[in-house]
Design a protein around this ligand. Structure first.
Ligand code: ZN
Length: 144
């Protein structure tokens, strides 16, 4: 399949769960991003189908900033949402070509979402957690 066709097909799949993607877009409008001007929203669905949202929240002390994906997942955990979570949508209002989760968020996504969960990246495509983070860190002893 030519690259362009693959990109278009993947981008279409990335918005297949339109409602979850819309929740991510909506909450991105609440982002506090005066430094990066990069507003991101995320919506995660728990095992019962309940949706929790998060947006990025920055700090003048940059290292204290928190991404939308982790804010959404942590909100779901704090609310007692049953794990593993089944789907996540991420949307950035200010990235022309969409933006995929950062490395730290990929680790958290890997830990809290099912291995076959759908991660919809608005404008980019649909992925599973292992596709986003192959060979993720775990505390399990490596098999020898
Ligand atoms: Zn992140």
């Amino acid at each position: 399949m030519p690259d362009q066709a693959r990109r278009e097909e993947n981008a279409e799949r990335g918005t297949r769960n339109a409602e979850l993607v819309q929740r991510a877009r909506d909450v991105a409008g609440c982002a506090y991003a005066p430094y990066s001007h990069f507003r991101v929203g995320a919506a995660v669905k728990d095992a019962n189908g309940v949706v929790y949202v998060g947006c990025n929240v920055e700090s003048a002390s940059y290292g204290l900033s928190m991404c939308a994906e982790r804010n959404a997942i942590f909100a779901a955990v704090a609310a007692g949402g049953p794990r593993p979570f089944t789907a996540l949508a991420v949307s950035c209002l200010d990235a022309g070509g969409g933006c995929t989760p950062c490395g730290a968020c990929r680790q958290v996504v890997f830990e809290h979402l099912a291995a076959d969960a759908a991660v919809y990246v608005d404008g980019v495509g649909q992925f599973t957690p292992p596709e986003l983070l192959p060979r993720a860190f775990t505390l399990e002893a490596a098999e020898s």
